[in-house]
Design a protein around this ligand. Structure first.
Ligand code: BGC
Length: 551
């Protein structure tokens, strides 16, 4: 990979220089505005290079102090040739499908191009790659295993290992074989069948889903455990359940939070999904007995959480009203604490009020590491209690009932997603987590932004790494950073418009092209250092390059 153009570096140096002298009053400048001179908000003064340690264990005590550079994807978002997944039918135009959002189609052709794509990861000098195995592909019909699909993933894992890239497998990332909860079927009057198990909220159906998913996880662990040590049971459980079962934005499109008796059923779905985590955890531990990394742990099994810097708001202004402050606290609790705390304690909280009144001793401690996935800061108001579970409404994707706040700096706004990137939020959440669970190793398992403008991705990456480093310096056990995403892909309900890729994908030719973000991350990972120059060019808390020109 070519390193960044010399002219570009000169131009950006010039911009930074000019900014320092003349434009500061008009537009502000990168860095420095927090008063300590380096702009990362740590109060530590002048810029210094940041060194990153070598990759180590994801969960063993020996991994504290190690650092992994990686990229992440999910199968449904990138893979072509998949017509057994619920998202296929959810997005396929009517009358064959339901016509919700842009058709999934060929995604990024990440299935047929998988082996070539290993090269992209290698080019960026990354240590690791987090991806998901598509359950719908491995088990297209309930109980029927597609050996060809397994052989595909087998060869892919071989290619990663050969390229010196450590694989991490996510078992469940927002998608299902269509037989789990067929979005085309209204209701489930006849009860679960092998063609339609009725979903996570169905008392009998969920039992069968948990069993099938655990069998699937065991199969993956048995087949791939000799090369894979790092496992993620599920991705962002709260987002998945809210979108699929709470408000109907993802398949199966259930809107339990607004249905009579639905909240109780939704809480049942949360309990079932937690049980699924535990069943997957146990199945992987059983199936993967080979320690490939030599850290004494055959399988490091965690889950990833969607987190955000939630702030109280009212009438589009920051709020100190106790109603908003308490609403924010409830949202934070559900997103940040409910899942890890239930597992670590071995108890469920059906009242969603921290009482953990339901003992679940078999869950206890079944979490080896926790993935932190941070994208935005968002307001929360209790004035309009639209979401019953938390009696609040959050600002997301431009949905605004007074909870949205103007971004601190307009260039930090991510227009494609309708939220604000606020770098120090990542530091604050890592600190918060290390205080809640001092023994739990953390990894930033996703972080990224939707943009069409090269420097913005580099800025996002450098700024996020600066905030991670602040946390590490203060003793937080953060063991890595996985950029979301390796390449542009299908952004669920938002379709193909948001571009999250380190690699730009031309959706006509499927050609991949490195963005400036890929170049910069590649340089950092290669040197295991964030240089002063890179920090000056991209880092700090000041304005980012505006989201305007096409890359
Ligand atoms: C999800 C990804 C998604 C990304 C960007 C995360 O919530 O895990 O699947 O594409 O955010 O929105």
């Amino acid at each position: 990979m070519k390193s960044m153009d010399k002219e570009k570096i000169m131009l950006r140096k010039w911009q930074v220089g000019v900014c320092g002298v003349a434009l500061v009053a008009m537009v502000g400048c990168r860095g420095g505005e927090e008063g300590d001179g380096d702009g990362d908000g740590d109060g530590q003064g002048a810029l210094a290079a940041i060194d990153f340690a070598e990759m180590g264990s994801r969960s063993a005590p020996s991994g504290k102090g190690s650092f992994t550079f990686g990229a992440a994807t999910a199968a449904t978002q990138i893979e072509d040739q998949n017509d057994r997944v619920d998202w296929h039918f959810w997005t396929l135009p009517e009358p064959e499908g339901l016509g919700n959002s842009e058709p999934l189609g060929e995604a990024s052709r990440g299935f047929s191009m998988a082996l070539e794509d290993v090269e992209l990861i290698k080019e960026m000098n990354l240590d690791a790659y987090r991806f998901s195995v598509e359950w719908a592909r491995v088990e297209p019909e309930r109980g029927v295993i597609d050996e060809e699909a397994l052989a595909h993933y087998d060869a892919f894992i071989d290619a990663l290992v050969e390229a010196g890239i450590r694989p991490m497998i996510t078992v469940h990332h927002f998608s299902n074989p269509v037989w789990v909860d067929d979005p085309r079927e209204e209701g489930c009057a006849g009860g679960p069948t092998d063609e339609h198990l009725c979903g996570w909220d169905h008392p009998e159906g969920a039992e069968e889903i948990i069993e099938s998913l655990a069998d699937h996880a065991r199969l993956l662990a048995e087949r791939f455990g000799d090369r894979v040590d790092e496992w993620c049971t599920m991705n962002e459980p709260v987002n998945y359940l809210l979108a699929g079962y709470g408000v109907g934005a993802f398949p199966p499109g259930k809107t339990l939070l607004f249905a009579p008796g639905g909240v109780e059923r939704f809480i049942g779905a949360i309990r079932n999904y937690l049980r699924a985590h535990v069943a997957i955890y146990d199945a992987i531990k059983e199936g993967d007995q080979v320690d490939t990394t030599g850290d004494g742990v055959a399988a490091s099994v965690g889950l990833t959480l969607s987190v955000a810097d939630w702030v109280p708001a009212r009438d589009n202004m920051p709020s100190e009203d106790p109603v908003d402050v308490e609403a924010t606290e409830r949202v934070r609790y559900v997103y940040h604490e409910l899942f890890p705390e239930s597992i670590l304690r071995g108890a469920f909280d059906p009242e969603v009020d921290r009482s953990f009144s339901e003992p679940q001793p078999e869950w206890e401690g079944k979490l080896d590491w926790l993935g932190v996935q941070y994208y935005f800061r968002a307001g929360v108001t209790g004035k309009t209690a639209l979401i019953p579970l938390v009696d609040a409404i959050v600002c997301f994707g431009g949905f605004d009932l007074g909870s949205c706040l103007a971004p601190e700096d307009p260039t930090h706004f991510i227009p494609e997603m309708g939220y604000e990137f606020y770098a120090p939020g990542l530091y604050a959440i890592l600190k918060e987590f290390s205080e809640f669970w001092p023994e739990l190793p953390l990894t930033v398992s996703e972080s990224g932004l939707a943009t069409n403008v090269g420097p913005r991705r580099a800025e996002h990456t450098v700024r996020s790494l600066e905030q991670i480093q602040r946390a590490i310096e203060e003793g937080v056990d953060v063991r890595g950073y996985y950029h979301w995403s390796l390449m542009d892909n299908f952004e669920w309900a938002e379709g193909y418009a948001p571009r999250f890729g380190l690699y730009h994908v031309d959706f006509e030719t499927y050609e991949r092209r490195a963005t400036e973000g890929a170049v910069v991350l590649g340089e950092i990972a290669g040197a295991r250092q964030l240089t002063v120059e890179q920090r000056e060019l991209y880092g700090g808390l000041g304005p980012m390059t505006p989201e305007e020109a096409e890359e």
